[in-house]
Design a protein around this ligand. Structure first.
Ligand code: EPU
Length: 428
């Protein structure tokens, strides 16, 4: 945690090309999966963000050898000899994805101890799907002093029904099932592209998996998994953020190195708002056409509109003509940042805990606002880009958890944004 803040001077249309980093939510499970084998795993295109450093520290403390080469965005992991199955409490509590190591530890060592995971404060974040699945596979799970203790001499494949298609829950069970005895069927599984990327990684490591990307995943357990060399899936949330930044400021931005079909839910909605959308093999160009329309939007598990882009979209809708409604259907409490947008003059209100009503277009004015979580921070940066005057965003350590070089990438598109240390005066 640090006291840095972003200072943004608004009013400049963003134009140009931006290269999209590897996805936080794809790199995290793939790093956890490296615990499933004694052999070396090499992952390229790893984003250089705080959550990745944290999970690498967790697996290092479990006994894995980790070598992150920042210049090439490549991490090498060799988990030949794990000497611990306990996730360090403080690191575990710092992020949701820390729980992703429990499936691999259970499969590999027969035991895992991990604190109830933390992460962004955006509503309830239970690990019931993981716990119920482990239990169905024969594990004993206890919760002592806020810590999960899981034990199974050998997991046994079974039929698992998820009452909610939990994203990380599906990933955890998928990893646990790879080395279980017999067949595991996960019904009502998450179909998020990051789950598919994890399944692809596991298949390349020797796992037998069918159906990833659908709501029914089948895993035939194998005796051993092997090393792999792969490239991390691009970050569709980061791509969505820059696409919206371009459109919001009346500019013309092309996001590169993306998997275009994974961006369909975002591109479709941007077109409805009024963007001119063009696509190529691995790029998407978003251009403003001079007018933004109000829309109704709901977030849903993939292929629905992603909850992680909801906040940036709300900022966009402050500039759209008419009344927009945004329904957050994934998390219980992911609209709190709307109150910060109001400090900039947004005519937006939370009508019930899951719905925001936004009237536009509104001329935003710079103010001091606080990032309460990762995506809230992104939405406030975007608001600063279109606001008159200077906006200061504090608590930006949340943004550093998930966006690589957000200020540098925005500056390359023409934005006036500076990172300012806790005691430095504003300069942007
Ligand atoms: N849920 C349950 N029961 C469970 C698990 C979850 O009801 O057993 C509910 C939660 O209460 C929540 C909803 O399901 O309301 C979504 O939870 P899910 O478990 O699917 O999400 P997650 O695994 O906690 C991941 C991403 C999030 C992303 C969501 C949805 C990682 C590390 N995190 O979270 O990313 O928003 O899936 O796609 O992969 C972010 O990057 O900013 C972020 C929050």
């Amino acid at each position: 945690m640090n006291g840095d803040r972003f200072v943004v001077a608004g009013g400049v249309p963003l134009n140009g090309d931006v290269h999209i980093s590897g996805a936080k939510n794809a790199a995290l499970p793939v790093i956890a999966a490296a615990l499933l084998t004694r052999e070396e795993c090499i992952i390229d295109n790893v984003p250089l963000i705080e959550d990745i450093r944290k999970i690498l520290e967790i697996i290092r403390q479990l006994g894995a050898e980790v070598d992150l080469d920042e210049a090439s965005h490549r991490v090498r992991i060799r988990a030949a000899d794990l000497h611990s199955y306990e996730v360090p409490r403080e690191l575990g509590q710092a992020m949701r994805a820390s729980f992703l190591v429990t499936g691999p530890l259970l499969a590999r060592m027969g035991r895992a101890v991990a604190p109830a995971p933390g992460g962004c404060a955006i509503g309830r974040r239970p690990v019931n799907a993981d716990v119920k699945g482990f239990t169905a596979m024969g594990a004993q799970v206890e919760n002592v002093d806020g810590e999960y203790r899981v034990h199974a001499d050998r997991l046994v494949g079974t039929r698992i029904y998820l009452d909610y298609p939990s994203h990380t829950g599906t990933e955890n069970l998928l990893m646990a099932a790879c080395l279980a005895k017999g067949k595991t069927v996960i019904k009502h599984a998450s179909a998020e592209p990051e789950v598919v990327a994890l399944a692809d990684c596991l298949i390349r490591m020797g796992a037998k998996i069918r159906g990833a990307g659908s709501s029914l995943i089948e895993v035939e357990g194998v005796g051993e998994l092997y090393g792999v060399h792969l490239r991390c899936l691009p970050d569709r949330m980061e791509a969505g953020t820059y696409a919206i930044a371009g459109l919001l400021t009346g500019g013309d931005v092309t996001v590169h190195d993306v998997v275009v079909p994974n961006l369909d839910p975002i591109a479709h909605k941007l077109a409805e708002v009024g963007a001119i959308v063009e696509e190529g093999d691995s790029w998407l160009r978003i251009r403003a056409n001079g007018h933004l329309n109000a829309v109704e939007l709901q977030t849903l598990p993939y292929p629905g509109f992603p909850t992680d882009v909801q906040s940036c979209f709300v900022t966009l809708l402050t500039q759209a003509a008419g009344t927009s409604f945004v329904h957050e259907r994934v998390f219980d409490d992911r609209l709190g940042y709307v109150n910060e947008l109001r400090k900039l003059g947004a005519r937006a209100e939370i009508t019930d805990s899951h719905t925001a009503l936004i009237k536009g277009p509104t001329r935003l004015r710079g103010a001091q606002v606080r990032a309460s979580d990762l995506r809230a921070g992104a939405a406030l940066i975007l608001a600063g880009l279109v606001a008159e005057g200077t906006t200061e965003i504090t608590d930006i350590y949340h943004v550093d958890r998930g966006y690589e070089q957000v200020d540098g990438k925005l500056r390359a598109l023409g934005a006036r944004i500076e990172r300012v240390g806790a005691r430095e005066p504003a300069t942007a």
